[in-house]
Structure formats: C-alpha cells, structure tokens
Design a protein around this ligand. Structure first.
Ligand code: NAG
Ligand code: NAG
Ligand code: NAG
Length: 366
C-alpha cells in the first residue's frame, strides 16, 4: 500500500507534465487560442510589431531609432503575429538587401535573409501559428530579388501562402486551421510591389490592405481615416466594402532637432499610455473601439512600437474575444529594454501550473 502510494507520487509529476504539455501544446490552439482555429484569416485581429528588427536594446546601444525592446523571436513568442520591416540596400556595396531603419547607416539590423531565417526557425518550432510579414520595400527590390532572400532563408511556397486569385478578396481566404493544415502559414505582403509574377506569394500590400496615417506626433491626432493607398475622403468605407483589410497604425513619433532638421523617432516616454487597454488620451483600447465603430469591423492588424508595453496584446485579445490563451510566453510589460542576461520569459500558463501543483500537493498528502 505504502509502496503503491509512493509509486503514484513518483509517477504523478510525469503525468502532470504530460497533461500540462497537452494543455499548452499548440496542437489544440491556433495562434494561441482554441477559439481562433475556425475563423477566417481576415476575421481575426493580429498584433503587429512595427519595425520588428529595429531594437532599442544593448545590441544597438539603445538606439533611439529602435522601435522594440525585444527581438522578433520574443515578439512572436509573446503573441505578435504581424512583423513589419524596412528593406534597404546596404550603403557600402549597394547590392545586399538588409533590414535597415530609413538607411543602413542609421540602423542596420543585418541581412534580410537572416531575419527571415529567424522567423522561419520560430515557425518550425511553433507549427500551429499563422504569421504575417509586411516588408516596406525601401530598396525598390523586384519580386525575384526578394524571393531569392526568402529562398536563402529556407522559405518557399511550402510555407508561404499564395492566394488563389491574384486580386481575390480576402473574404475567400482560408481559416487559420486550413492554413495550418495546408502548411502555408506565412502570409507575405510588400509595400509596394507592382509586379509579383516571379513570386506570387509576395503580395502587393495595397491590393489587400488599407492603412490609417502612420505619422502621428500627438496622442489626440490618431485617426481611423484611410491614408494609404488613398486618403480621399470616404476611402475607408470604399476599401471596407471592397474587402480590403484595415491596418491600424498606432504608434507615436516624437520630433527633435527643430523645424529645419527635424528627426522623427519613436516616442517611448508616452508608450505606456499609447499601448494601454484604456485610460489617457490616445490609448490603444479606445482607439481600436473608435476604428471598429468607423469601419463596422475590427481592424485586421494593429501595429505598435514597444509591443510588450501596455500590454498591447490585452486589447487584441479583447477584440478577438480570446479568454483562453495557450502557449504564449509572458514578456515583461516594463517600458525599458531588458537588462542583459535577465531571464525575461516564463510560460504564460500560471493557472495551469497552479492547478497541477494543487493536484500534486493533494495526492502527496493523500
Ligand atoms: C495528450 O494528448 C494525446 C492526444 O490528444 C492523448 O492521447 C493523451 O492521452 C493526452 N495525455 C494526457 C496526459 O492528457
Ligand atoms: C532574442 O532574444 C532572446 C532574449 O534576449 C535571446 O535569448 C535570443 O537569442 C534572441 N534571438 C535572436 C535570434 O536574436
Ligand atoms: C511624447 O509624447 C508626449 C505626449 O504627447 C509628450 O508630452 C512628450 O513630450 C513626447 N516626448 C518627446 C520627447 O517629444
């Protein structure tokens, strides 16, 4: 009897580990939630990390051009599902495509193919996640130039989604579950790409998406009006009825250097309000509700700087009606870069662990 009890106590942790693994494994959830699997791609709201590879951390000597405190891998683990980046030609030889902020002399985050490879590696270890990339084509690169970078990163049409009709409305796109089952879980947009015949999975952003203004410098100026591809009055309504997906830019720039040599950089001091779920002028929660009312639907993408602050994810979960979060990593919401060497990530499954520990305790006592 004693032996049997002892045995069950010894066996229990393995069983609990298995159960916890089952609960947190992405096999029962799509994009961190069981309730999103059956939704169509365009019906979901995705949190986007603006200028994903441009970091304000020790690796860039805390560059004020940096838009994020944590790298793209941590962004994805923390729930971000849209990554944007600017593609530029390096200044030295002018031939290599890098991800650079405005110019490669300002902030060079390395080869485009290396950054794409980082995304691929994350996706391979997270097989139930659908990720979207938006490349701002500052280099004016052709579809085949960009495609060779994707290829070098190990990304082909096995992973990249290709819509069936080149300009087909996104209301005919698959659900998350079918994208996952088909393996085509990486959705790629380029702003802009007039001819994508060489690589049809690289989609011209403005065929499918419209955006509000992105150059906001005062919190009271966030607007839901369309800005690109057109800022004509009423264009947002037209775009919505034409099934274009709304991308809501929600980040604040600050201007320094005066009228003649004005330099824009991310406003980090105000981001605790900018990304907040409520409270304060320009908070994300209220802005998202305002755009929802204006568009008659939720924005498909919400793009923020310093994604961990707010946390911005809280607003996105609310818009998606997500209450059960599976397999997401908890990232500090502090408005600062992580101190080097700090262990910043713990699994976001505290509830599960406390249930498991309660069971363990109960059985041990029994
Ligand atoms: C985990 O999931 C698998 C497949 O759904 C199932 O066969 C197994 O019994 C589960 N294990 C536990 C401990 O719940
Ligand atoms: C991203 O950041 C984490 C935490 O700082 C680090 O462990 C990881 O190596 C980084 N990954 C890449 C690809 O830079
Ligand atoms: C950031 O935005 C806030 C709110 O508008 C403003 O008070 C602050 O001065 C801005 N920071 C900088 C450095 O411009």
């Amino acid at each position: 009897m004693l032996f049997k009890n002892l045995a069950s106590v010894l066996l229990l942790p393995a069983a609990i580990r298995a159960a916890v693994t089952n609960l947190t494994s992405s096999s029962i959830a799509c994009n961190n939630s069981p309730s999103l699997c059956s939704k169509r791609y365009d019906q979901i709201t995705y949190l986007g990390a603006h200028d994903s590879p441009f970091l304000r951390d020790a690796s860039t000597d805390y560059s004020t051009s940096g838009n994020q405190y944590y790298n793209s891998t941590v962004q994805l683990s923390g729930g971000v599902r849209l990554l944007t980046a600017q593609v530029q030609l390096t200044d030295n030889d002018g031939t290599e495509l890098h991800v650079c902020h405005s110019s490669c002399s300002l902030l060079d985050a390395g080869r485009l193919s290396d950054w794409l490879g980082e995304v691929r590696v994350w996706m391979e270890s997270n097989p139930n996640e659908v990720v979207t990339l938006l490349l701002v084509n500052g280099a004016g690169a052709s579809a085949s130039d960009l495609a060779s970078q994707y290829q070098r990163a190990g990304i082909t049409t096995d992973l990249a989604y290709t819509p069936s009709g080149l300009t087909s409305g996104t209301q005919s796109w698959p659900t998350l579950q079918s994208l996952i089952s088909g393996g085509t879980r990486l959705v790629n947009f380029v702003a802009s790409l007039s001819d994508n015949a060489a690589a049809p999975y690289l989609m011209n952003e403005f065929t499918y998406i419209f955006e509000n203004n992105y150059e906001t410098t005062t919190p009271s100026s966030f607007s839901c009006e369309a800005f690109r591809p057109s800022d004509a009055p009423g264009y947002a309504t037209e775009a919505i009825s034409g099934n274009k997906m709304p991308l809501m830019n929600h980040f604040l720039y600050q201007e320094t250097g005066g009228d003649f040599l004005s330099i824009e950089s991310p406003n980090a001091t105000y981001v605790t309000t900018t990304n907040a779920p409520s409270g304060g002028i320009g908070n994300l929660g209220t802005a998202a509700d305002t755009c929802n009312e204006y568009y008659g639907r939720n924005p498909t993408y919400i793009l923020v700087d310093f994604f961990n602050v707010g946390p911005a994810m809280a607003t996105v979960d609310r818009l998606n009606g997500v209450t059960t979060v599976v397999g997401r990593t908890r990232v500090s919401t502090a408005n600062e870069a992580p101190s080097s060497g700090a262990s910043l990530v713990v699994p976001e499954s505290r509830a599960v662990w406390s249930v498991a520990l309660t069971f363990l305790l109960a059985f041990t006592l029994f």
